[in-house]
Design a protein around this ligand. Structure first.
Ligand SMILES: [Zn+2]
Length: 416
């Protein structure tokens, strides 16, 4: 009976699940380039656009994760082998893992917001509306724009010290399939709001401006059609019907100079022009509107456990990199102290392949936010983008400790 029930759930999940047929038996393999030749070869494969790179080649001795369909596997294997690259399988069957997780989600049938599961865009928005109506002294929720497909984009502001207090701008979900990002961001918001007495001092001196899911169309698409979707869902002029741009290559700071693609079918398509994607214009306009009140910009991605600061477009460092590095060190120490999770800190300085058009580069280079960080959350590739929901709370707990360090720094440095 139980087996039958599980089977029924799997069938149901398959009906309601974003598993493309091509993902059946698809694998994620890992290689670690040790020579420049190997690194360049991986970069060439990336540019070809045939494989979905879960982790792009960036530097020597840094893992590269590649998802391949079962059909393309032999060719990928021989291509890697011809350059002496040894591949290990990280995920045996991507499609099966997606189905399993979707079946578990159906079984839980939890529509209400919580952190034992991942939730869709409407659920997150409804929860934010509820927070704002339950805690009018602490939260305000504004609609600040609409996505390409017309979804309302909302900015949640937390704080009780008044609009002039220094602020931290936090966004998540810029890449649709990185589900742990909106989950962790909303966890931290919930923590601040439900324990607002504990954090009274912080909330009286610092404002938190939060947009947990800034690629709503892409995020929604990962729930309905393709769990592995990364980009926005805008129309392109691709003759193959390819949709969307990489929203984190779309910002107007050294746009499309390096590490991005002009091919609309690529996962790193920079868009038809800087800020071609309406969702990124919406976020940009909020950062501009808040202006010098924003002291820190935090954008959450996954995966690989990195706390990074600009620049992404060049291996050069900003003049004040030491300041950014110091705060990152303090934040990461607090994070690691919770569950022992190891993060690396750094800029793209150690990487060979830079990527331009990222939101953190723009926040610092144009938006004038001194402390701009991109955080790559859990894990280090064991599940990759398919991090089980049981990891949301631990991820939230540790990341919140890092956020507290950052917020205390903002309070002590800027609040009068
Ligand atoms: Zn990302």
């Amino acid at each position: 009976m139980k087996a039958l029930l599980v089977l029924a759930c799997v069938v149901l999940a398959a009906l309601a699940t974003p598993t493309k047929p091509s993902l059946r038996q698809a694998k994620v393999v890992r290689v670690v380039p040790q020579t420049l030749d190997q690194l360049h070869h991986l970069h060439q494969l990336l540019l070809q656009g045939r494989y979905d790179f879960w982790q792009e080649p960036r530097a020597l001795d840094t893992p590269v994760d590649i998802m391949t369909t079962i059909r393309d596997l032999p060719e990928l294997a021989s291509s890697l082998k011809s350059h002496g690259l040894k591949a290990t399988v990280m995920i045996q069957d991507v499609g099966r893992l997606i189905d399993q997780q979707a079946a578990e989600r159906l079984q839980r049938d939890s529509r209400a917001m919580d952190w034992t599961d991942y939730h869709d865009y409407d659920t997150i928005n409804a929860w934010m509306a509820q927070l704002a109506s339950d805690h009018p002294d602490l939260c305000t929720l504004e609609e600040v724009g609409k996505s390409y497909e017309g979804r309302a984009m909302k900015l949640l502001t937390l704080g009780k010290g008044g609009a002039d207090k220094p602020g931290i701008f936090i966004d998540g979900g810029i890449h649709a399939r990185e589900w742990i990002s909106p989950a962790t961001v909303t966890y931290m918001v919930n923590e601040l709001v439900t324990n607002s007495n504990t954090y009274d001092d912080l909330l009286s001196n610092v404002n938190f401006y939060v947009m947990p899911s800034i690629n709503p169309d892409g995020y929604s698409y990962t729930f309905t059609d393709d769990r592995m979707w990364r980009k926005t869902r805008s129309h392109t002029d691709s003759p193959f019907g390819c949709k969307g741009a990489d929203p984190n290559r779309n910002w107007d700071f050294h746009w499309n100079e390096i590490g991005a693609s002009s091919n609309p079918c690529s996962e790193t398509y920079a868009g038809s022009g800087p800020f071609s994607e309406v969702e990124m214009r919406v976020v940009r306009d909020e950062i501009i509107r808040l202006g010098s009140k924003i002291k820190v910009y935090l954008t959450f991605h996954s995966y690989s456990q990195l706390w990074m600061y600009p620049w992404g477009y060049t291996s050069a460092l900003p003049d004040d990199w030491k300041d950014l590095d110091n705060l990152a060190q303090d934040a990461v120490s607090a994070l690691t102290a919770v569950h022992g999770t190891q993060y690396e800190i750094g800029s793209s300085t150690n990487t060979i392949y830079a990527a331009a058009g990222g939101s953190d580069d723009w926040a610092k280079g144009v938006g004038g936010v001194k402390y701009a960080y991109t955080v790559e959350l859990r894990d280090q590739g064991y599940y990759g983008f398919l991090l089980p929901p049981s990891k949301i709370i631990p991820s939230g707990e540790e990341t919140f400790e890092a956020l507290k360090v950052v917020a205390n720094f903002v309070k002590n440095t800027y609040s009068k």
